[in-house]
Every structure is written in structure tokens, then in C-alpha cells.
Ligand binder design. Structure first.
Ligand SMILES: Nc1ncnc2c1ncn2[C@@H]1O[C@H](COP(=O)(O)OP(=O)(O)OP(=O)(O)O)[C@@H](O)[C@H]1O
Length: 228
């Protein structure tokens, strides 16, 4: 079976800075849930940016869904991201004055591929996801800036999941929540990823969440290059 993510000898440095990432090899199968940990500044968000095609590797191979992102132009990587990825940002990056439903369906605007994968009209699918993520229907027409942090986080998750992207990336999406709410959120996220067949790459500093994942990788260890 083709790996969903495959990287080999991947190197990355920010301009004018020493090399930050050198990952000898990492493969991830479809449907896996991977937890990425590592000290602050070790490059976790940068790695997510490479996986999402926001940044391009300085060297090496990075394939997502069999597509080598390092060979694509910036524009082609933007298209690939819109079509195949859902991204839950640490600060959610929602559009504050749009309604909950408008925020969720906004992920479909730039992706014919995601629209084609919908199994119901966009609004119905957004409502289904918000329901699965336990956001009360009374909030669905509200502008998101009126919602609590925990509620906004569910909107961000629904936006990432709509259109059944093959890969869902989450960058510390639980850091603003208390411990009980973190675990509850992850459970909902897992259920929905399972239902949709999405692979989940999750970055967090929270050791309590680690045991919930099928695979844990630590960035300093990944960065250790095996001896020749
Ligand atoms: N846009 C950027 N331009 C230049 N350098 C950057 C940029 N983003 C991150 N860096 C640098 O890359 C290094 C790793 O940052 P990154 O955010 O990937 O780490 P992290 O492991 O996610 O950290 P944290 O756990 O604190 O979020 C840092 O030294 C940071 O200054």
C-alpha cells in the first residue's frame, strides 16, 4: 500500500538560519493518527508547514498522497492543500464576523475536489459535522467572535474536516482548553476522522494526550540522522 506521507532525507532551514530539520525517513500509512512532540523551537510547526506545502523542503523527498511536494510550484502546492488537507491552527484562524456555518463551508470555496466529495449539500454537511462535534444548533448562525474558545475550536475542526480531506493537520489546537475538554475534543476529532477515513497529524506539548494516539514521534529523535 502507498504511504499517505513519505519522506526521505528531508532537510529544511529558514533563510539565514542553521538547518532546523533533517529527517532521515518517516512514513505514515493512511488512517494513522500520529502525535508529534518536541521542545519549543524544535521545528514542529515548521514540519507541519512542509507537510501542508506552505514551505518547501530545502532538500530531500516529501510525498503526500504520492505527490512529491518539493517538485510542485507554490501555486500547485496551494491547490494541493485546498483539495487534500484540512488544517486546524493553534489560533483557529476563523473569520470572526462570518457565521459558524459560513466559516465551515468556506473550506469548499477554493476546492472543487472537496465539493465533489460531499455526500450531501454543503450546508447539510456542515450541520452534520457541527452536530457530531457537539456544537449546539442555536450557535450555527452566530458570528464566530461571539463563541467561546472551546466552541470556536469545534468550528475550526468542522472547517478542517468538511469535504473529507485525506489528511487533517492540527497544530496544538487544544492548548487553550482545560484537561477534561482536551480529551473530549480529541475523542470527537478521532471519531470524525475515522468516519471520514482521514489521517490525523497532531502536534502538542501535552503529555496526557500522547496515549490516545496510535503513534508518537519526537522531533529531536526524528532529527537524529542514523550513522552511515
Ligand atoms: N516564518 C519564519 N521565518 C523564520 N524563522 C522561523 C519562521 N517560523 C519559525 N521560525 C524559526 O524556526 C524555529 C522552529 O520554530 P517552530 O515554530 O517550527 O517550532 P515549534 O517546535 O513548533 O515551537 P513551539 O513548540 O514553540 O510552537 C524557531 O527558531 C523559529 O524562530
Amino acid at each position: 500500500m502507498t504511504a499517505l506521507i513519505s519522506m526521505e532525507n528531508l532537510r529544511f532551514a529558514w533563510p539565514g538560519q542553521p538547518e532546523l530539520l533533517h529527517i532521515a525517513r518517516l512514513e505514515l500509512a493512511a488512517g494513522e493518527r500520529i502525535f508529534i512532540k518536541g521542545p519549543s523551537g524544535s521545528g514542529k510547526s515548521t514540519l507541519l508547514g512542509l507537510l501542508a506545502g506552505i514551505q518547501r523542503a530545502s532538500q530531500g523527498r516529501l510525498e503526500v498522497l504520492g505527490q512529491d511536494l518539493s517538485r510542485l510550484s507554490g501555486r500547485a502546492r496551494d491547490r494541493f492543500r485546498a483539495d487534500h488537507l484540512g488544517y486546524i491552527f493553534q489560533q483557529f484562524n476563523l473569520l470572526p464576523f462570518l457565521s459558524v456555518l459560513e466559516n465551515v463551508t468556506s473550506a469548499l470555496i477554493f476546492s472543487r475536489h472537496k465539493r465533489a466529495r460531499l455526500q450531501a449539500p454543503a450546508r447539510e454537511e456542515a450541520e452534520r459535522l457541527l452536530g457530531e462535534l457537539q456544537l449546539p444548533p442555536g450557535l450555527w448562525q452566530q458570528p464566530v467572535h461571539r463563541l467561546s474558545i472551546g466552541q470556536q475550536q469545534r468550528v475550526a475542526a468542522a472547517r478542517a474536516l468538511i469535504g473529507r480531506p485525506e489528511l487533517v493537520i492540527a497544530d496544538e489546537p487544544t492548548s487553550a482548553l482545560d484537561t477534561d475538554n482536551r480529551a473530549a475534543f480529541i475523542e470527537l476529532l478521532f471519531n470524525e476522522c475515522n468516519l471520514q477515513g482521514s489521517t490525523l497529524v497532531f502536534v502538542s506539548h501535552d503529555p496526557h494526550l500522547e496515549p490516545l494516539f496510535s503513534r508518537v514521534v519526537s522531533l529531536p529523535e526524528l532529527n537524529k540522522v542514523p550513522p552511515c
